[in-house]
Design a binder for this molecule. Sequence first.
Ligand code: UDP
Ligand code: MG
Length: 328
Amino acid sequence: MPVPLPVLAPPALDLSVVIPIYNEEANIPTLYQRLRGVIDPMGVRCEFIFINDGSRDRSLELVQALAEQHADVRFIDFSRNFGHQIAVTAGLDLSQGEAVVIIDADLQDPPELIPQLYQKLHEGYEVVYAKRRRREGESAMKLFTAKLFYRLLARITNVSIPVDTGDFRIISRKVVEALKQMPEQNKFLRGQISWIGYRQTYVEYDRAQRAGGETGYTYGKMIRLALDGITAFSDVPLKAATIMGFSVSGIAFLVLLYTLYARFIAHDYQPGWPSLMVSILFLGGVQLISVGLIGEYLARLSTNVRRRPLYIISKTNIPITLAPPAAP
Ligand code: UDP
Ligand code: MG
């Protein structure tokens, strides 16, 4: 028996603003004020979706209080910390706007840029991302690793993921619907959005420093995000293992020829443990790296095979059944 397809009501809103929250009590009041100050004059029908990603401070209280006072404020409260990318995904899943803005809660992404993004979207683009011209107040280490990561990613992936952009952007309903069809568990939204295609463009801005509170992105989380991005969009590391294997074997073969020559023709043969040690360690290293790389892919494969829901919602004021859409 054919299952009737759900008929989606056309979105009744012009704009959804998706804001992931992790320990942002210091920023929520200012953020909300600045968002309102920017969006109210735009005269659009808008909703604000705050996703509380397992904060351990008063963030949830603040957001719930806002939701009680303003009908257009929605909140989604996760059962625990699921991570920034998943929080944004939940916001997108439950958003209704014809266009959706993704913005960080710490005011590093200036809300004042939203009208410009919105306007550009209406010039016939499906994605307008905000490209950082400068980043202020971040550690040299973060700047360096971020720069390195974006360049590396651009080199080894086959989708062109724009450099120096985070998730601050506006996307159209079309793109949101396309994202919902991508079931991967290891989310790397900027990569997925590039992969989707359509006409995409950017506006430039200077990235401010965090207004208050502390970054929720530890180096551990950053490394995981980087690996998610790389493994989801590139097979180069796997191939690199093969290439390394071939080159090491090639070198080993040359060394073998040389050894035979030294032993039987030149007769200056010395029992050499340094060369032995070096080659054993080198080979061991290459093998471990290769196995590790395979492991990274395999781990993600198994996560996706398990098909767990991406997130668990504990509370929300959005009228839905409390289950994220099941993976197809
Ligand atoms: N965030 C989140 N879950 C996390 C970590 C961060 O929802 O596990 C949110 C955070 O509240 C902020 C955004 O993601 O709105 C970006 O995080 P953060 O500013 O800590 O990252 P950074 O700017 O340092 O890269
Ligand atoms: Mg930040």
